[in-house]
Write a new protein. Structure first.
Length: 218
């Protein structure tokens, strides 16, 4: 009698139910953690009530066809490697490794969000100080010239605005700056700006204040 109860489908289904629950946690837990991390960091930024620190990004140019096809070739190589691994090892042996890689990728994304947030800490306060005391910060401002200007529509990654390509004194290559000010669409190539920027805590440059200069002003 004990053997019949132990061997029933209900008893054999208990481990399968636990495996299904674990799989659901593995599939949806890491993405939910990243979404929650992003929401908390955005909430912390909104509560600072300060002028935004705008990233000043170097303009990248493709050197050739290899630079354009590189990401596609890498993705294809990863797919081929995954297919060969599945064929050689089988799903049962490969699933734990794939689950670990899946969770690790989402944790890396959450860490990147946290690193970006910490990298910008203190820059918002500097932007507020520059806005309250522009005369005191005038000596630290750098001249820039508008090379190109275009309106960038809103998207899932950005609120949109006016994207400026600037040639900044002291920097070797042109840089991009996305601004949302109402006066930015009036800027045209050849206009001069006064920028106040500062390096991030770990990397990158951030603009904490900018002002259009009159024509002919050095």
């Amino acid at each position: 009698m004990t053997r019949l109860v132990t061997g029933t489908p209900l008893a054999r289904g208990a481990p399968a139910g636990w495996t299904t629950q674990r799989t659901a946690w593995l599939l949806f837990g890491p993405p939910a953690f990243m979404v929650g991390t992003r929401w908390l960091l955005q909430l912390a930024d909104d509560r600072q009530n300060a002028a935004p620190a705008l990233p000043l990004v170097p303009v990248s140019t493709a050197a050739g066809a290899l630079d354009l096809l590189g990401p596609a070739a890498l993705a294809l190589a990863l797919l081929l490697a995954a297919g060969l691994a599945v064929r050689r090892l089988g799903w049962q042996r490969l699933m734990p490794v794939m689950g670990l890689v899946w969770a690790l990728l989402w944790l890396i994304g959450s860490g990147a969000l946290l690193q970006r947030h910490v990298n910008r800490q203190g820059l918002l306060l500097q932007g507020m100080a520059a806005a309250l005391a522009p005369a005191a910060s005038a000596a630290t401002r750098v001249r820039a010239q508008v090379v190109a200007s275009r309106v960038k529509p809103p998207s899932l990654r950005s609120l949109g605005g006016t994207e400026l390509v600037l040639r900044v004194d002291g920097l070797d290559i042109p840089h991009r700056l996305l601004v949302t000010d109402t006066g930015a669409p009036l800027l045209k190539p050849g206009d001069a700006l006064a920028l106040q920027f500062t390096p991030g805590r770990f990397s990158g440059l951030f603009v904490t204040g900018w002002q259009a200069l009159p024509s002919g002003q050095p």
